[in-house]
Design a protein around this ligand. Structure first.
Ligand SMILES: Cc1cc2nc3c(=O)[nH]c(=O)nc-3n(C[C@H](O)[C@H](O)[C@H](O)COP(=O)(O)OP(=O)(O)OC[C@H]3O[C@@H](n4cnc5c(N)ncnc54)[C@H](O)[C@@H]3O)c2cc1C
Length: 469
């Protein structure tokens, strides 16, 4: 049975169907002027930008700090939550060699053991010399002299072919060994040699030599990087923002606990629970493999590209303590393989309301992708104690294992060819893949709000009738 449909201004009876009600889907619904239907498989909207609550302790799905750059999004947040957001100056640290140093590692070597600082500085200088030689050789049309760079840094004037090469070229052997390579291997779940460096420009600060040396002797600049401060709701965790955004949705129909059975792209219909919804366009924010799996009769080249998409799962713990936070940082990066976690954050240091009075709530991102066991939790709590994140296992009220199935898209060497093929096919059929997992990318909440806004404008500008490709 086909539901009765409204006509939009173009006289088109078909609606836009939004698949997935995370921030991208919500933002699309907020900004669309033509009619829409949103299908969300969970009982409530928000996706990764939701907050769990247990025994008065609150947890986002690991750290979800709002870093805003876009003036329109800043204004939107100010309008939605006047006086309800707190600007917080970031306190991010690296825990390695038994000490805490400031973020980013490459610009703040001060405090590390002297032999580590020396190894890192020598590496940076060698990398700069190699770079100068490469530039000179390129100018004269020749190959650089032998020994012109750290092993694995690649050769000639060609750009680095993988992230490990990128690190060795830009940071040298020492910083790569002590932070860049082990940390990135832990977060991405694959060796940095398997991924490209194209994703990282915005996220990996590149200090100049002067800044590296200043940071090594303790005369570093103020905070560096893309996220020196962030906004956070005074109450309710990040979901307060997500809920506030939902209040702006109008002109549509939200169906929670609903997942499409199929996207019949040839007939331009979504099949859901025996119903067929004809669509004008689809905003697909559900994970790309989940979308493609529901599309029968894909062209062979698209099916082949789909089979190459890779993503890593993340397991993490929500940890509640009886006592106040044991440390003053918001989060730490942990590159050393002997710790079972690679990043730990303390929600209550950003906002005290994230735990009952006197207590604290933490997230602990685990390097191991295998299911969490009782003994692995014990190891984690001991490691947290050693890192100074908690006072001891006896102070822990609970440590609850959680999983994010689609956490990090792997930017491997097939990534660009595969996604280009898939996106060309989808958009030719008025299916717009957007958001972190729809567009199969690495991004932040603000990007999702913008992506929803922009795709709404694109769809509202479409002429009536199907696209002719
Ligand atoms: C570990 C981690 C830490 C992060 N930290 C930060 C941070 O500090 N700051 C920041 O700005 N960003 C952060 N992000 C990024 C941020 O979470 C995302 O950019 C954003 O929340 C993604 O929104 P989305 O709507 O694109 O996707 P999602 O939030 O994934 O929304 C997709 C929606 O689709 C639904 N869905 C899935 N399958 C189906 C189906 N078959 N049918 C119907 N619905 C379906 C899901 O339930 C979900 O609601 C982090 C992400 C991760 C993984």
């Amino acid at each position: 049975m086909v539901k009765a449909l409204d006509l939009d201004v173009t006289g088109d009876a078909r609606k836009t169907v939004i698949l997935g009600g995370g921030l991208t889907g919500i933002s699309a619904a907020v900004h669309l002027r033509s009619p829409w239907v949103l299908l969300e498989k969970e009982a409530r909207l928000g996706g990764h930008a939701r907050t769990d609550e247990r025994e008065g302790y609150r947890f986002d799905k690991t750290g979800h700090w709002l870093h805003l750059r876009d003036p329109a999004v800043k204004q939107l947040v100010a309008d939605l939550l006047p006086g309800q957001m707190q600007a917080v100056a970031r306190k991010a640290r690296i825990f390695s060699h038994g000490v805490l140093t400031r973020y980013p590692f490459q610009a703040n070597l001060h405090g590390l053991p002297p032999d580590v600082i020396k190894e890192c500085l020598v590496g940076v200088v060698e990398a700069r010399i190699a770079e100068a030689r490469r530039a000179e050789a390129a100018q004269h049309g020749g190959a650089p002299a032998a020994g012109a760079g750290p092993a694995g840094a690649g050769s000639g004037d060609s750009p680095p072919t993988n992230f490990e090469e990128y690190c060795l070229r830009h940071f040298g052997a020492g910083i790569s060994k002590h932070f860049m390579i082990p940390y990135n291997e832990r977060i991405w779940g694959v060796p940095p040699r398997e991924i490209t460096a194209d994703w990282c420009q915005r996220f990996v600060p590149l200090p100049n030599l002067d800044q590296v040396i200043a940071g090594a002797v303790g005369a570093g600049p103020p905070e560096l990087g893309y996220n020196v401060s962030f906004l956070y709701p005074k109450q309710g965790g990040i979901e307060t923002f997500t809920r506030a955004l939902q209040t702006r949705m109008s002109g549509g129909d939200v169906r929670t606990a609903t997942s499409p059975d199929a996207i019949d792209w040839k007939r331009r219909e979504i099949v859901v629970g025996g119903e067929r919804i004809p669509y004008r366009a689809v905003v697909a924010t559900i994970p790309l493999p989940e979308l493609l799996r529901r599309m029968p009769e894909l062209p062979a080249s698209v099916a082949e590209a789909a089979s190459r998409l890779r993503c890593t799962t993340l397991r993490y713990l929500n940890v509640a303590t009886r006592s106040a936070p044991a440390a003053d940082w918001h989060w730490i990066y942990v590159p050393e393989r002997r710790y079972p976690f690679y990043r730990v954050g303390i929600f209550t240091n950003a906002m005290a309301s994230m735990a009952p009075p006197g207590g604290s709530s933490l997230y602990v991102e685990l390097a191991d992708r295998a299911p969490v066991t009782e003994s692995s939790v014990r190891d984690v709590l001991n490691g947290l104690t050693e890192a100074g994140a908690i006072r001891g296992p006896e102070d822990v009220v609970f440590a609850e294992p959680k999983e994010i199935q689609y956490a990090y898209v792997v930017f491997d060497h097939h990534y660009y060819a595969s996604t280009t093929e898939i996106f060309r096919f989808l958009e030719a059929n008025d299916i717009y893949p957007r958001g972190r997992y729809g567009a199969w990318t690495y991004n932040a909440m603000e990007d999702c709000v913008i992506a929803g806004r922009e795709v709404a404008a694109t769809i509202d500008a479409l002429p009536a009738g199907p696209k002719r490709s």
